[in-house]
Design a protein around this ligand. Structure first.
Ligand code: NAD
Ligand code: ZN
Length: 360
């Protein structure tokens, strides 16, 4: 399966299938990645033990010289300190203007390695090898970044990959919670643009949760295509792209108040999507949207309510830090039906407060 991400001035393919990594050399040659310049593989210490050495030897058999950098798994590696460490490896490894950075990992490695590629010698080539389901989201759109201690994703760039190689075999070792969290973003793409796909996710939820390659391949293909479609219409986030934030206003606030770690990002946005559907009901939309959204999320083993100890006041306060808040009103992505949403700019905070209460 191939999804073409077309951004007008340039485009790149996302290849999805089993066993792709064994042929990475052919993909590289077809995409003009030269064997004359060294490559750098960036990965984390959960992924490296299983997948790094075989990637290194496949590349070397195909005539590529490479250096590898293994960072600690987890969000803290998206920092300027680790960024500098990766840069050091790149310089010591002799990367030049024609070199390519390969991100072997989830969204953390993708964002970090992508930002290194965007900055090294003012920008070199970048290839994503996503190993999480969530990374289907980060592999489209070209956003790359590290965090500042005061704010997430604050230091970054737009840098599109040359290609994305999604090898389904690498997903088989994902822990179950990470699987469901990634599926939350997948069903989100259905909920915002394609009701049939959202319903397909529910009908095939047991295969998806069990990492069945056929179901996963199709789900990732649709998820990537929907995101690509939205991004290609709004590459720099001026309007339409905001719909990708369904569930994220409440979700980000829950992540912040719970302390990063209690909920995975995908889990928090699942609760946020349930919240947006509740809010839709309060704004006069059909209440069946909520019931259907919840049944989809639960079929994917995702939470739809939050822990009792999280206070509504704290969550509202966390949302106020969000730029989407203005004078008693908030901007929300509100489902109009399963498969379509609208951007509502003037949701009264009181309604949001009541909705959060109901999520407990
Ligand atoms: P992650 O990269 O931290 O991966 C989650 C966990 O799974 C980690 O512990 C990782 O080591 C482990 N893991 C990864 N692949 C594995 C595998 N195949 N087998 C076993 N374990 C594996 O997190 P994520 O959920 O992939 O991504 C989250 C990050 O993505 C966040 O930093 C977020 O900001 C970013 N993101 C970026 C974009 C974008 O547009 N750039 C979009 C969405 C999310
Ligand atoms: Zn998200």
């Amino acid at each position: 399966r191939t999804v073409n991400v077309d951004l007008g001035d340039r485009s790149y393919p996302i290849y999805i299938g089993s066993g792709l990594l064994q042929h990475i050399g052919e993909y590289f040659k077809n995409h003009g990645i030269s064997t004359k310049s060294p490559l750098m593989i960036v990965t984390d210490d959960h992924i490296a033990p299983t997948y790094l050495s075989s990637l290194e030897s496949t590349l070397s058999a195909a005539g590529y010289e490479s250096v590898s950098k293994i960072v600690k798994a987890g969000e803290p590696s998206k920092s300027l300190t680790v960024f500098e460490d990766v840069m050091t490896t790149a310089i010591e490894g002799g990367l030049d203007r024609n070199s390519t950075v390969i991100a072997l990992g989830g969204g953390v490695v993708g964002d970090l390695a992508g930002f290194v590629a965007a900055s090294y010698m003012r920008g070199i080539k970048f290839v994503q090898v996503p190993t999480t389901i969530l990374a289907h989201d980060s592999s489209v759109g070209g956003k790359v970044a590290v965090n500042h201690p005061l704010a997430k994703n604050m230091i970054g760039a737009f840098h599109q990959p040359e290609l994305v190689l999604y090898d389904l075999d690498t997903l088989q070792t994902l822990p179950p919670r990470e699987v469901s969290a990634g599926l939350a973003e997948m069903v989100k793409h259905g909920l915002i643009r394609d009701g049939d796909f959202a319903r397909w996710c529910r009908e095939h939820s047991s295969e998806l949760v069990a990492l069945d390659p056929d179901a996963l391949g199709y789900g990732l293909e649709r998820g990537c295509s929907i995101k690509a479609d939205v991004v290609s219409q709004d590459e720099r986030e001026n309007g339409l792209r905001a719909i990708l934030n369904l569930g994220h206003t409440i979700g980000h606030a829950i992540e912040a108040v719970a302390g990063y770690g209690e909920y995975l990002h995908g889990e928090a946005i699942a609760i946020g999507m349930a919240g947006s559907a509740l809010l839709a009901g309060r704004l006069g939309r059909d209440s069946s949207i909520y019931d259907e959204t919840v049944s989809m999320l639960q079929s994917l083993k995702l939470p739809v309510t939050m822990a009792a100890h999280l206070s509504t006041d704290d969550i509202i306060k966390a949302m106020m830090h969000d730029k989407k808040f203005r004078e008693g009103h908030m901007l929300f992505i509100i489902p109009e039906s399963i498969g379509s949403v609208s951007i509502v700019k003037d949701v009264p905070v009181q309604l949001v407060r009541e909705t959060i209460d109901q999520l407990r």
